[in-house]
Design a protein around this ligand. Sequence first.
Ligand code: ARG
Length: 459
Amino acid sequence: KKSEAWSALFSEPMSDLVKRYTASVFFDKRLWKADIQGSLAHAEMLAAQGVISQDDWAAIQRGMAQIREEIESGRFDWKLDLEDVHLNIEARLTQLVGDAGKRLHTGRSRNDQVATDVRLWLREEIDLIDGLLGDLQKALLDLAERHAEVILPGFTHLQVAQPVSFGHHMLAYVEMFARDAERMRDVRKRVNRLPLGAAALAGTSYPLDRERVARTLGMEGICQNSLDAVSDRDFAIEFTAAASLAMVHVSRLSEELILWMSQSFGFIDIADRFCTGSSIMPQKKNPDVPELARGKTGRVVGHLMGLITLMKGQPLAYNKDNQEDKEPLFDTVDTLKDTLRIFAEMVGGITVKPEAMERAALKGYATATDLADYLVKKGLPFRDAHEVVAHAVKDAIARGVDLAELPLATLQGYSAAIEDDVYQVLSLRGSLQARDILGGTAPAQVRAQIARHRARLAG
Ligand code: ARG
């Protein structure tokens, strides 16, 4: 019995400290569903191959059905003494169905078992995350559509650069989250391969049908080398890398929401249900959700570093180090899912303040490029036009006015090519309208992009 010593080979039981140190059941029990699923696929194949009897297979199914029921109802007695989810379930199975339970592990090791379980579990989580990324994109598209015509100062170096449509700005995030979803789907292909059959490290002498197990489990392929199958966790690492990027994108959005909600910007409000107050300052309403998301990004990126470092010194094949893959992976999934869920909701609770955005866009000579482009159209080389406009801006700064507020005669002092029609060009709306190029900020382009994204997400 495991609670005593591992086997007849051992002369003394494990110390309690070591038991606790090596046990993983308290976190890996969340793999239970995948563990049962993998065991059933393995047992079905063992019976089909004649390695175990049909009666054994029937008994295993019966036992597993009861175990499933016990776990779901919270009555399953998880034992630290039984180390991990795999041994807990197998021991209970044997309790329930006797020798058939003891035959389940034929041709299998916990090494190929755990690698299979983690892959099955992660595959399902990836599908959920893909859906949540879709929900967030849809929420951003709704926000973009409602505010396609709203003018926001576009920044580079956080200095006012050129006016952009608020909708266009939101669409930038839709692109990022669309790529995150694409990466998830790509990682899924490599997650969805079968380690079972690799056994401990070298394969097995039983006539296992690995293809059959892969088909039963809906896997797209089989890990072709037994040593690699049980030992590499690159699939978990690349998932965590994709998750880190998704969190980084959320974090960039968070940073903008936090800035925009601060009094110095005053561009947006976030619905009260996503904010918190202060215990001392009665006037405070703080954007805690985006701040926490920005903070939690560090945590997920930390898990990526943890997992990749876990792998780097391991010789082939399985090493117990790999048990340490679970907590960072689980926490990455939990953190990403919670964050995406809450953001999809919060984005719907953003109030845009168009006047404040427009006022800010009027401040930093955001249409200076438009004046230069105007001069180019009148025949000046771009570099000369650039210089002419720099003089005009310098003058406007000295007078404390916008370019559009300079009298025509003054503007004509910088270039004789300037005519009455310049004022249309200097307006924020004119500037936006002019960038009517694929991927540009003209409201017509923004609308076309929204339609494209909606079709993609529906398809
Ligand atoms: N709990 C272990 C893990 O998560 C299962 C595999 C253990 N295998 C072994 N030979 N100790 O990696």
